[in-house]
Design a protein around this ligand. Structure first.
Ligand SMILES: [Mn+2]
Length: 335
């Protein structure tokens, strides 16, 4: 069976899964989709796959830098007669890359790619042959570089955020999986019909009240020469939407959004700070310009948030001081 494993949290992951699924449909191949996130840990390789043999697995838009890396390796080793092709654009350490390669995982990693969807597109599509694939590619790049120029791309980003909220307690991620199948089989007409627009209007109302709560939680700290804003985000907002709101409304070098669910998003407005290594202090990772991590708490209220932001400020002090002196170079290895 062909297995697609992609990142659930953002449009790049959803579009990458849709592009791979669209290719399978075009080739008349049976396939299965899993949408995962870093909190799934070793279940990145779903335990249900251990009972099936001869899988051709493609992992896409998921970083190979993971807190439970050893457990993921165990899962991969337990697969029966399966191959894994790992297509990704997050930076990965040489050690992890070598370990994965040594257990026959084909590592196709290009941190210079603007989106994982662009890597999938380059490997399975030719420019101009499928206008829907071209649009998915274009929107995924807009989303991952946060330069949303098309209204349809903006609506898709919002829908993915809403569906992440709706699917937050379900490991099957039914809304998101449905969206992937829909995009994989979409015709050239506008992506979102009336039913989707109704859902988006509902979500926008939910967002308005979530944003006023977000703004009330803003706390400023100056650490190692950087102006940092912390905010506590209701789960109705995606980390990206919450951080983007803060960046538009306040002045800050670094924005750290803590979600009520315990997820942390890092964004920046100055490029002399590496957020991936900052996130690595809290067991996370990502890109230098956008990164994430997960707290051990599953629900964060205002009181816990105040405590977490003080702890994080202390934990980040050394690295931020080093980074502001050395620019980009300081990593967790330096401290
Ligand atoms: Mn991506």
């Amino acid at each position: 069976m062909d297995i697609i494993i992609s990142h659930k949290a953002d449009l790049d992951g959803i579009a990458s899964a849709a592009l791979l699924a669209r290719h399978e449909i075009r080739e008349n191949l049976p396939f299965l989709i899993f949408l995962k996130d870093y909190e799934d840990e070793e279940n990145l390789i779903d335990s249900s796959l251990l009972n099936i043999s001869d899988n051709r697995i493609t992992i896409v838009d998921v970083s190979g830098e993971q807190r439970k890396f050893g457990k993921i390796l165990e899962r991969i080793r337990a697969l029966k007669h399966s191959t894994i092709n790992w297509i990704d654009h997050h930076p990965i350490s040489e050690a992890n890359r070598r370990t994965l390669t040594s257990i026959n995982v084909k590592m196709d990693v290009d941190p210079a790619a603007p989106a994982a969807a662009s890597m999938v597109y380059d490997r399975f599509y030719k420019r101009g042959e499928d206008p829907v694939a071209d649009r998915l590619l274009n929107y995924a790049i807009q989303a991952d570089t946060w330069k949303l120029t098309d209204d349809e791309a903006k609506r898709l980003v919002e829908l993915v955020a809403y569906y992440n909220y709706l699917d937050r307690a379900s490991p099957i991620r039914p809304h998101l999986i449905g969206l992937v199948y829909y995009l994989a089989s979409a015709g050239t007409e506008q992506f979102m019909g009336e039913e989707y627009i109704v859902q988006l209007n509902l979500y926008q109302k939910m967002q308005a009240s979530a944003i006023s709560a977000l703004k009330k939680s803003v706390r400023r700290r100056k650490i190692g020469g950087y102006n940092i804003i912390f905010a506590l985000s209701p789960d109705q907002l995606s980390g990206t939407i919450a951080a983007d709101t803060i960046i538009r409304c306040y002045r800050a070098d670094i924005v750290i959004v803590i979600k009520e669910s315990g997820a942390i998003s890092f964004r920046r407005t100055r490029d002399d700070v590496d957020l991936a290594s900052l996130a690595s202090l809290f067991g996370g990772g990502g890109h230098d310009y956008a990164a994430g991590a997960k707290m051990d708490y599953n629900s964060v209220d205002l009181e816990k948030y105040e405590m977490i932001l003080e702890q994080m400020s202390v934990a980040m002090k050394k690295m931020l001081t080093l980074q502001s002196k050395k620019g980009f170079k300081a990593t967790s290895a330096d401290i």
